[in-house]
Ligand binder design. Sequence first.
Ligand SMILES: C=CC1=C(C)c2cc3[nH]c(cc4nc(cc5[nH]c(cc1n2)c(C)c5CCC(=O)O)C(CCC(=O)O)=C4C)c(C)c3C=C
Ligand SMILES: [Fe+2]
Ligand SMILES: [Fe+2]
Length: 367
Amino acid sequence: MAYYNSEPKYEHGDQLKVGILLANLGTPDAPTAQALRPYLRQFLSDRRIVEIPRLVWWFILNCIILAIRPKKSAEKYASVWTSEGSPLLVHAKKQTLLLRGFLAQKIQSPFTVELGMSYGNPSMESAIQKLKAQHCDRILVFPLYPQYAASSTASALDAVWRVLLKTRNMPAIRTIKHYHDHPAYIEALAQSVREHWRINGKPNKLVMSFHGVPKFHLLKGDMYHCECHKTARLLANALSLNQDEYTIAFQSRFGKQEWLKPYLANLLESLGKAKVSRIDVICPGFSSDCLETLEEIAMEGKHIFQSNGGGEYHYIPALNENEAWIHAMTTIALENLHGWVSADWDADTAKKEAEMTKLRAQGLANN
Ligand SMILES: C=CC1=C(C)c2cc3[nH]c(cc4nc(cc5[nH]c(cc1n2)c(C)c5CCC(=O)O)C(CCC(=O)O)=C4C)c(C)c3C=C
Ligand SMILES: [Fe+2]
Ligand SMILES: [Fe+2]
């Protein structure tokens, strides 16, 4: 088998495009133990996710985790699965289509948007192949993680680099590192909270819950923790909240190590025991609803809070297809596409460009 991926057919004069590659985590193909096993194997074999020595981890992963977790996780996935599929994938696909449409209003030069996942399907490889098949010679990688973390953003970029290592005709690449403090993202979050409060009234406390990572990631230089705090502070400012009206927590602890604190489960337990009459929980780090928000936050979190004596519990949905969020994605993409796309491109320019390319190929033009 050839080491390099085959290149798509290209003829002089074919129109070159800019590709925007939306990168997200990925999800299993079905809510079953059979589908969870390969997904979790790929996910948990990533060194960005688990950093313990390979041989020890191989044994723990294959002999313990993959024997138990697929069945347990499949039951959780089944509780949030929709008729269209996994929520994460359903939302990410809709975001891809919407971003394509919004960008088409803003730029006229040829571009396209595709979706690629770090683990599972659609793979990063299939997304890059789709972009190359459409003659994208410039690709902007847009991770759907507002806060940079080595375990999310960098692992998505690793997946891109792995494909490029096997690519003969490499496109130019730009990457977006983060947008945790981008005004349009903060405004999209603020709008969704304001809308929830307009309909349901205000809670005693707004809990902002972020996916956790092991504490040593922070100690070794991963700034994720700081970026989560900055997002929370900016969102609180946008909503004019006092310090005692909101709080931050980290969820989804995995394994026995210490993770970023406070742990959401402990916080919900103490808020419940304090008989707080209503809390609202929002997850600003998740661009789409997924297992971690719909099962862990909306279901499990509610149970912890209320079984400890807490009152009303509202989960505020992720940004998903909110217009303000797609608008924010459009703004962030455009800022990073500077010099790659033009607002005044038209069919005539394209024709002239194609002619020039042909002439250049025949040695009839020097520029
Ligand atoms: C902000 C984004 C995320 C970070 C950072 C992150 C780190 C991280 N995750 C695990 C382990 C698991 N995460 C799982 C699911 C999952 N994680 C994220 C996002 C981040 N993870 C999302 C969006 C999802 C949901 C995917 C979906 O299909 O809906 C899972 C799988 C589910 C399960 O079995 O519980 C695991 C495992 C670690 C160890 C980690 C940091 C080191
Ligand atoms: Fe995770
Ligand atoms: Fe979880």
